[in-house]
Each structure stands twice: as C-alpha cells, then as structure tokens.
Write a protein that binds this ligand. Structure first.
Ligand code: SF4
Length: 351
C-alpha cells in the first residue's frame, strides 16, 4: 500500500471514530424476484439472462421472502434494502409485502425497486424509511455505457420526491468499471445536491459474458480509497461496503477506511463457514464489535416467531417449511465447521 493511501485511510479512520461507535454489522438485501425489466446494464448478471422470460415468472415465493426476513431479524442482520424487478409485483402486492416485513422486523425498511414515481412512493410511505437509487456510477459518459437503459434523471427526481416526503436517500456506486479518481468530485456534488444519507460502495464482480468478464476486480486499496474519500468529505454519511466470498480479507481495510457495515455476501448460504468466521475476525481486526452473527445460530423458538405474525394459516405453515430448509443447511455448515476445527486441532496437537 502506498504511503498516500495509508495516510488517507488513517485520516478516514479518525473521522469514523469521532462520529460512530466502534461497531459494524452485516446488512442483508432481500430480493423478491430474480428478473429485471431493464436487463441490459453491461456489468450485470441479469444482462446475460435469456430475454424471453417474463419478469412475473421470476418472482420468489412469498413464504421464502418472509422466512428470510425472520432469519435476518433473529441473526441480528440489518435489512440493507428490499429489492426486486420492476413490474414483477403490483404496487398493492409490494405494499402488502412491505407491511409484513415491517411486522417481522419491527421497523420501516429501505426500498430499492428502480425510480419510484411520486404517487407510488406515497403508497409505500407508511412502510419505508428510505429509498435506494441504484445509480451505479456517476460519470455521465461511463453511466451511458454501463446503464444504457437506466438513466440517472428518474433517480434524481425520486430523490427530490423522497426529500419532500422526509424519507432517507441512499445510492449505489460500483468501483472498478472505468471511473477515475477525478469522478470523486462529481460523486461528492451528487451526494450534496440530493442530501444522500447512505451510500453502498461495491466492487465490480466481473461476470462472465459481460463486457467486464476479463476486467480484474478492483483491489482492496482501490475500494478503500473511495470509502475513505467519502468518509472524510461526509463524516456522518452511512457507508456500506459490498464484499464477496473471495474478498473477505479486505473487510478490515474497508472498515478502517470508514465503512459502517458490510453487505453483498451470501450470508445465508455461507452461514457458519470459514468465510463467515473470517468476516467476523476481520471486523475484530479493524477494532469493531460485530453486531449479530454470521457463524452461531441463536436459540430461537422459530415456530413462535412465525405464529406471532398476523398472516393467514396457510402462509404461516409455508414460512415454517421454508425456515426449516434454511436452518437445516445453516446447521449443517456450523456442524461441519466444528468437525473441521476439531480435526485441525488434533492435527496441530500431533505436530
Ligand atoms: S443492474 Fe439492476 S437494472 Fe441493471 S440489469 Fe442488473 S438488475 Fe437490471
């Protein structure tokens, strides 16, 4: 690491410490579908999917969505946002899902479903604390290349409406798609102009069959640079860093650079595995207390968690079924890890 980056990160860490407790957590983005009506962002996995599948055919079962909310709540994960394809569910259906999510989580949530028109935003108002604009990058020329059918202007209008409704505003930024360090000025102006409260700083995941398939993922230092710059410029900004299972070793650096929380990691699938243990260890290395858990299943009466909800009987039974599938896999991971650790300890003892 160059001395320039090292001193930038040190400064950002100081700013973080002056403004936030020494804690961090995992934030789960919960998807209600796997389809997307835009489908041509040039970095995105969805752009490589067959175009003949109707978005409505990509919806997740409601029981599976709500089971994931129950899991997240009980594992101490924050909800990064509720998200999914435009046009998959009607506004009335989304409202019902938001209402159920509020009941499970006990609070309003972030919503990320593209640019939401004023009338629809008004309908969601009782259930959401803020809106996320998936802006991805801020350089206008680069934006045209990476999001040809997802211009920034409708998101800008949504942010203005959100301010009118006193909602929080979040945006996304992907490091590694061709931005330059000069673009940080544009990003800072955007954050100021729309009074952005939270930013998700992801690193490019080079997807096969996209224009980025041979582009190297951004280094830890590069992702940390963007976080540190924003932390120093906006001491109170909520900054979330996106990681991936092959990038856990960068978590401590990103936290030191001033990130508040961690996301974009397959926490349910990888619960209790070595990668999850590494993330918790990285948080500790950065001097942060990790809130919630990625590794230990808490003692929860899951049936009771479902029964207390005001949902119909059939849906409750389906949620219980879904929960038991998730929990079975998570328990298997935890037990496998315990066995592995025991074996490793025995090997070390023999040595
Ligand atoms: S980035 Fe979002 S809007 Fe663009 S294709 Fe992917 S899912 Fe759709």
């Amino acid at each position: 690491m160059t001395s320039e980056i090292s001193s930038l990160i040190q400064k950002a860490e100081q700013v973080y410490k002056q403004n936030f407790p020494l804690e961090t957590c995992f934030e789960r983005a919960i998807f209600f579908s796997w389809g997307c009506t835009i489908g041509d962002c040039t970095f995105c996995y969805m752009s490589t999917q067959p175009k003949d599948k109707k978005p409505q055919e990509t919806k997740r079962r409601i029981s599976s969505i709500l089971a994931e909310f129950i899991l997240a709540k009980n594992l101490g994960w924050d909800i990064g946002f509720f998200t999914g394809g435009i046009g998959v569910f009607s506004a009335d259906e989304i409202s019902l899902l938001l209402k159920a999510a509020n009941e499970i989580i006990g609070e309003k949530i972030w919503l990320s479903i593209g640019p939401i028109p004023k009338k629809t935003l008004l309908q969601y108002l009782p259930y959401i604390k803020g809106v996320v604009g998936s802006t991805e990058t801020i350089n206008p020329e680069l934006h045209k290349i990476v999001c040809p059918s997802k211009p920034l202007a409708p998101y800008e209008r949504m942010f203005e409406t959100a301010s009118e409704f006193k909602l929080l505003k979040a945006m996304t930024f992907i490091v590694g798609m061709g931005e330059t360090h000069d673009d940080v000025k544009l990003l800072e102006e955007f954050i100021k102009k729309y009074q952005i409260d939270k930013i998700h700083i992801y690193g490019l995941i080079p997807q096969e069959s996209t224009m980025f398939q041979n582009t190297p993922a951004p280094t830890a230092e590069e992702q940390a640079w963007w976080i540190a710059k924003l932390r120093i410029a906006f001491p109170k900004l909520d900054i979330q860093c996106g990681i991936w299972e092959d990038r856990t070793e960068r978590v401590s650096l990103l936290l030191k650079a001033g990130a508040n929380s961690i996301s974009k990691y397959q926490a349910t699938k990888l619960f209790g595995t070595k990668v999850s243990q590494d993330i918790e260890a990285e948080a500790k290395k950065a001097g942060r207390k990790f809130l919630g858990t990625l590794t230990k299943l808490p003692d929860v009466d899951w049936e009771k968690e479902v029964e207390r909800l005001s949902l119909d009987r059939k849906l409750k039974e389906e949620i219980k079924e879904k929960l038991s599938i998730y929990l079975k896999k998570m328990k298997e991971n935890v037990n496998k890890k315990i066995l592995l650790t025991q074996n490793e300890n025995q090997q070390n003892f023999k040595l």
